[in-house]
Design a binder for this molecule. Structure first.
Ligand code: DGL
Length: 273
């Protein structure tokens, strides 16, 4: 378990791209005075198509960048990191690290039909962290694991409702929905932005789950509420690839809230292997 973040807390969130902004938005709404630094490894996107070793090396370097920039608590806003590389990130930094994993447990607890589906990246689907989540599912619940190659790319491009995006979601859900799933896990932070589309494809009787609210609760427990953050530490954002495309998609996904990301600047990283 991570320890308590030193005061004044500064939260550093990191992901391969824009997906973690779904968690950034939820954290900002819950802790409006908390300085947030966001790092997007857009030069190495998508993590879901990479090996666990590659993602671990990139995630370590991102985490170290955030700590160097003043973060006192890290949030891996990426299920691929959370299931495949969290231990390596923890070992590489001296600050508490909270990670998100697919919300299989709450979905399995809520299902009435005993059928749930999990939309995840290929890396998450094949990883040990995900296997451990499946192993903890009660025997009467069947989990349809759906690796969604190409789906995070649609969100990264800001294309939330195109025919291709819809086709990818339909392809992932057709069989499990026909089998009677009543819970669908959005097991990648990018997919949280696709919730309206997934709900439309899955139908009104299917409940969606993601890990973001659980991470926010964990962060709230870790940061000290007795020492309010100093306001002079403003929000900031780093991208390892060009900043402009990220900024444009962030505006599309977050609307006016995107202004609160603060300055968005390119900052390449060196990942050791
Ligand atoms: N947002 C990430 C996740 O939650 C990774 C998406 C990707 O880079 O493939 O898994």
């Amino acid at each position: 378990m991570p320890g308590v973040a030193p005061d004044p807390p500064v939260i550093g969130l990191f992901d391969s791209g824009v997906g973690g902004l779904s968690l950034w938005r939820e954290l900002r709404r819950a802790l409006p005075a908390m300085p947030l630094i966001y790092a997007a490894d857009t030069a190495a996107f998508p993590y879901g198509a990479r090996s666990a070793a590659e993602v671990a090396a990139r995630a370590r370097a991102l985490a170290q960048l955030l700590v160097a920039q003043g973060a006192t608590l890290l949030v891996a806003a990426c299920n691929s990191i959370g299931t495949a590389a969290l231990a390596e990130v923890r070992a590489a930094t001296g600050v508490p690290v909270v990670g998100t994993v697919p919300a299989i447990r709450p979905a399995a607890a809520a299902t009435a039909s005993g059928q749930i589906a999990a939309l995840v990246t290929p890396l998450t689907a094949g990883g040990l962290g995900y296997a451990a989540l499946l192993a903890a599912v009660p025997p009467h619940v069947q989990v349809w694991t759906r690796p969604c190659a190409g789906l995070a790319e649609q969100v990264e491009a800001g294309v939330l409702a195109s025919p291709r995006t819809r086709a990818l979601v339909v392809r992932a859900l057709a069989e499990p929905v026909a089998a009677g799933v009543d819970a669908v896990v959005l097991g990648c932070t990018h997919y949280v932005f696709l919730a309206p589309l997934v709900q439309a494809v899955a139908g009104p009787n299917v409940r969606l789950f993601d890990g973001n609210a659980g991470v926010v609760r964990q962060v709230e427990r870790l940061v000290s509420t007795s020492t309010p953050s100093t306001a002079q530490l403003a929000n900031r954002c780093f991208t390892t690839g060009p900043a402009a495309p990220f900024a444009a998609v962030a505006r599309r996904l977050l609307g006016r809230e995107a202004a609160a990301l603060g300055p968005i600047v390119q900052h390449p990283i060196e990942a050791d292997r």
